[in-house]
Structure formats: C-alpha cells, structure tokens
Design a binder for this molecule. Structure first.
Ligand code: ZN
Length: 233
C-alpha cells in the first residue's frame, strides 16, 4: 500500500473503484490542525457545558457563558491551518472526484485548503463569522471578540439583536437550505427540513459499506432520524 496504513487499505480500494463520491467530514479531520473535538478525551464538552439556543435567547448570563466559551477558542480557530487531509480532499475536488463535500465542522478549513466556498456544505454554520440573530447581518468576529474581552458584555447589533457566532447551537434548527443541498448531493429525494431542532443527520457513509442495490454507486447514504440529543456546537 506504498506506506499507507493497512487500516486505510479497504477505504482506498473502495474509493479507487468509484469515479466520484460524496465526503462527509466531522471533528476528527481537524484535530490534526489543533482544533479540539467535542467528545474526545480533550473534548470541549469536558470543560464547558453547552448553552442551548433557548437559554442564549432568554438569559443575559447564558449569553455571557456562551461568549466566554467561544472567546476561549477563538484564536485557535482563527489561526488554524488546513492539514494534509483537508488538502487531499481539495485535490480530489479539483480532479473532479467529489460529488460534494458536506461537513459538520465550523472551522472553515476545507475552504482554506482550496475548496471553493460554494462546494462546501456547512451543516453547522461557521465560526469565522458573527451573525445578528435579529437582522441576520454578518461581520468579522475579531472586533466583536475584542469588545467582549474588554467589556464582558454580550455583544449586540446596532439593530438591537443579539450577536452570536454563526454556528448552530444545541436546540437551534439546522439550516434547511444546507440540509437540502446535502441530501440532494447524496442522491436522496428532495426533502424539507423539519422545524424541530431535534432532527439531525444520521451518517452512514456508503463508501465504507456495501452499496445497496438500485442506489447510485456514487452516492453516500445520508438519512435523517430523530435523536434525543440534538446536534452540538
Ligand atoms: Zn442586527
């Protein structure tokens, strides 16, 4: 396998047998860039208790907690660079091998590695922008974090709306347009995102399993099912 780990051999063999495929990435691809995962031994949730979206909306104290948590990780996110895995996927995309790249990650590293932004479907939003919950306007996070670090007050937009990193929190609905794009890219039928925030993706990458009869050979299977624990950031 030319030095490749034998663990990777089955994956490489399957990818070679398919002209195109869909890639679904999660936190594991970015730990090599210094971004902690959420549930690993050094995971974010070992230290922080997630603030649910409803708490964020209802409580000044909860907004402070959310911004403290985000501030702690901000410089690490801002300065992180893509690693070999991100670059390899960007290369595969340039070669026309990817149907789509769907990610749960909020770090923007796929785009930094060279994926055109329109080719990355971010299901959980992005940490590289701050968004107003009221008017939807977006802005560069740096000045917002600096202001929060200085004052300790959760930032607000000039329209009076709460500012929040443009990521999907626990209890917050995932972006329906992104879900739809991902579902269609995976070869699924058209699907409307339910408003219930407790829906999340059930990921079963077909490239690691048997292709089902009648399904497009290039597709991965992405379905939805109901979880009792909503999706994090
Ligand atoms: Zn606003």
């Amino acid at each position: 396998m030319n030095g490749l780990s034998q663990d990777l051999a089955p994956l490489v063999q399957r990818l070679r047998g398919r002209p195109r495929f869909l890639v679904f990435t999660g936190a594991g691809i970015s730990t090599g860039s210094g971004i902690p995962d959420f549930r690993g031994p050094q995971g974010v949730w070992k230290k922080w208790t997630p603030v649910y979206y409803q708490e964020f909306l209802a409580s000044h104290e909860a907004r402070i907690r959310h911004w403290r948590y985000k501030l702690e990780g901000w410089e690490g996110f801002r300065d992180a660079m893509p690693n070999a895995a991100h670059r390899a996927l960007a290369r595969l995309d340039r070669q026309g091998r990817l149907d789509a790249l769907v990610t749960q990650n909020i770090d923007g590293l796929h785009q930094l590695a060279g994926h055109p932004p329109g080719r990355v479907i971010e299901l959980h939003g992005t940490n590289r922008m701050v968004e107003c919950i009221g008017c939807g306007s977006r802005r560069d996070p740096d000045p917002v974090y600096s202001e929060f670090a200085r004052t300790g007050d959760p930032p607000q937009c000039s329209c009076g709306g709460f500012l929040k990193p443009a990521t999907v929190s626990f209890g917050q609905a995932m972006p329906g347009d992104k879900l739809e794009q991902a579902f269609e890219a995976a070869g699924g039928r058209s699907w409307s995102a339910p408003s219930d925030p407790h829906w999340r993706w059930n990921r079963r990458p077909r490239c690691l399993g048997r292709p089902s009869r009648g399904a497009p050979s290039t597709s991965s299977s992405i379905g939805v099912r109901r979880h009792t624990t909503p999706s994090p950031i």
